[in-house]
Design a protein around this ligand. Structure first.
Ligand code: FAD
Ligand code: DLZ
Ligand code: SF4
Length: 510
């Protein structure tokens, strides 16, 4: 008898079309799936994230078995299960007297390196669940002075033919973002993401997470994520029908108590492999072509997936494992305690952190302009910010989280991902949300006792980082405004920022 190969399927590789599965032989090979301590604890993941991954893994294993595969599945609480993916592969290798391991390249450098050090013969195949291969991205990036998502996105539109009218973009423009900045109002119809009742498999996993991860952050219940591809597809259909038509208009909006607005809440499924990115883009395009959603909404949605998602994956792969230690602005402060307990008088941060802990979800503008922006302007150490984002969101894997956090929000890569820091005063939050109306702080004030902390911290951020940022043409206007202020006004702003920093450092409530 020919010895079987082991086929590794990781917790974010739950796709029947995975390259390793396509290359495997159903009659001979053994699939290895393992819930292991190292993956579950390389950061202190949110309880809901662990529950989602374990339950989705168990559902996927069940589907593979029903499809005729032999699956060696290791449960977290089985005393035989070893600590790491390599440990499990070694154990299964001797158990099945196997002849090497077939795997799809893993997303994170950390695990890629661990598998390189694992003393087994690996055959590693590219992860072709993305629209651009990493080779394609490298070829596009090579020789360019600066990498801009917009140009890469246009390449992806041409490559896939999505929203194209022959050689031209549908409607004559590549990007309809200028139409996508409406603030939302409480009386709008609010769609909601599809909620799924936990089945017996999920209930068992929830009990396990409660038992094994009692001190991890976040609320475990109510748990309503889909945990298999069929349920995830139903959630995608609901989004396309109910929320996509207004996705563009309210893409940047924030509203008190409205945790999802018109966002899809599908990244958690997409990143684990339960949904396919190209399929989602095509379904959105169909909605436009069938007259069910306007172009600004559909283009905006497709750009997030075909553009941003692919672009950040390319950057992560190209920049290598040391990307996460970058700190261009030399920021060193600790992230305040309210990032965990939401104990702050700032309404915007309280809303964002509360829902993050309860849902393991916040939408893009909350991540970018509230939690990310505050960490940037207060000078938080990027690696701490990175770790926080990797822990708290159910969709967080380093390949997508790190470029967004370190590149997009913290400017820690010096401008590889964005041409200028996403720093902003309270004015932006006030324009795009209803948070400021109920806040203990006054968004119109800068240096007074009750002044919105974002205002003084924003100007102080520019002042502190002048040497590194002043030469950026996109920042010039802000420096001119700062320089035109009266000396007393600048001093008062610095004073208020210093007072806030001191309070944050001493753990006092802000
Ligand atoms: P929607 O608003 O419905 O967007 C549609 C889809 O586009 C998403 O499902 C997602 O797959 C994709 N997308 C949108 N924006 C981005 C982006 N900037 N980068 C990559 N894909 C994008 N996204 C993650 O998937 N995992 C992360 O760990 C993650 N960390 C982030 C950290 C920070 C600091 C910031 C600013 C953004 C982060 N994002 C991350 C990007 C984005 O915020 C989430 O993809 C989005 O909020 C997921 O919710 P949704 O599915 O409702 O998205
Ligand atoms: C995130 C995660 C967690 C919490 N647990 C597991 C696990 O027990 N087994 C597994 O195969 N994968 C898990 N994952 C996802 C991996 O961390 C992910 O595959 C790597 O980070 C590569 O992207
Ligand atoms: Fe946030 Fe400032 Fe508005 Fe309060 S006033 S909600 S702190 S932006």
């Amino acid at each position: 008898m020919v010895a079987p190969r082991l086929v590794l399927v990781l917790g974010d590789q739950l796709s029947p079309g995975l390259s390793a599965l396509r290359a495997a032989d159903k009659d001979r090979d053994v699939i290895v799936m393992a819930e292991v301590r190292d993956e579950a604890s390389y950061v202190g993941h949110h309880k809901k994230k662990i529950a989602f991954i374990f339950s989705a893994m168990r559902h996927f294993a069940q589907d593979l078995e029903a499809d005729g595969w032999r699956v060696a599945y290791s449960r977290y609480d089985d005393p035989e299960t070893s600590r790491s993916i390599c440990g499990e592969l070694m154990r299964r290798h001797s158990e099945f007297e196997a002849n090497g391991v077939l795997a799809t390249e893993c997303g994170e450098w950390r695990l890629r390196q661990a598998l390189e050090a694992c003393p087994l013969a690996f055959d590693i195949l590219p992860d072709d669940r993305f629209i651009a291969s990493t080779k394609e991205f490298h070829a596009w990036a090579e020789g360019r002075k600066s990498l801009r998502m917009e140009y890469f996105y246009r390449e992806m539109r041409r490559k896939t033919g999505i929203l194209m009218d022959g050689e031209d973009p549908e409607g004559g423009k590549w990007n309809y973002d200028s139409e996508n900045r409406k603030p939302a109002k409480q009386d709008l119809f609010m769609p909601s993401p599809m909620r799924h009742e936990p089945d017996a498999i999920t209930e068992e996993v929830l009990d396990l997470v409660e038992r094994e991860f009692p001190d991890n952050l976040g609320h475990l219940r109510p748990f309503w994520f889909a945990t298999d591809a069929i349920a995830a597809k139903r959630a995608a259909s609901k989004f396309m029908r109910e929320a996509l038509p207004s996705f563009g208009d309210y893409q940047d909006a924030m509203l008190t108590g409205e945790r999802f607005l018109y966002h899809s809440v599908l990244s958690v499924y997409l990143n684990a492999g339960l949904l396919d990115p190209l399929d989602l883009c095509k379904r959105a395009e169909d909605a436009y072509r069938d007259g069910n959603a306007p172009l600004n909404a559909v283009e905006g949605y497709i750009r997030q997936i075909l553009g941003w998602r692919e672009f950040v994956r390319g950057i992560y792969d190209m920049e290598g494992p040391d990307y996460t230690s970058r700190n261009h602005l030399g920021a060193t402060r600790d992230l305040p305690g309210f990032y965990w307990d939401a104990e702050t008088d700032m309404t915007c941060l309280r809303e964002a952190v509360t829902q993050t802990m309860e849902e393991a979800y916040a939408h893009h503008i909350q991540r970018l302009m509230v939690t990310g922006n505050f960490a940037l302007i207060m000078g938080a150490e990027p690696v701490q910010v990175h770790q926080w984002y990797l822990e708290v969101y159910a969709d967080a894997y380093e390949w997508v989280e790190a470029p967004n956090t370190l590149g997009m929000t913290q400017f820690a890569d010096g401008g590889l991902l964005g041409s200028k820091p996403y720093a902003s005063s309270g004015k932006y939050i006030d324009r795009m949300s209803d948070y400021c109306g109920t806040c203990a702080y006054d968004v119109k004030k800068r240096s007074e006792e009750n002044a919105c902390p974002f205002n003084s911290l924003y100007w102080d951020f520019l002042d502190r980082n002048r040497e590194k940022l002043e030469g950026n043409p996109r920042m010039a206007q802000m420096y001119r405004t700062w320089d035109r202020m009266k000396d007393e006004s600048r001093e008062a702003t610095r004073g208020r920022a210093a007072q806030l920093m001191q309070k944050l450092e001493q753990g006092e409530r802000v």
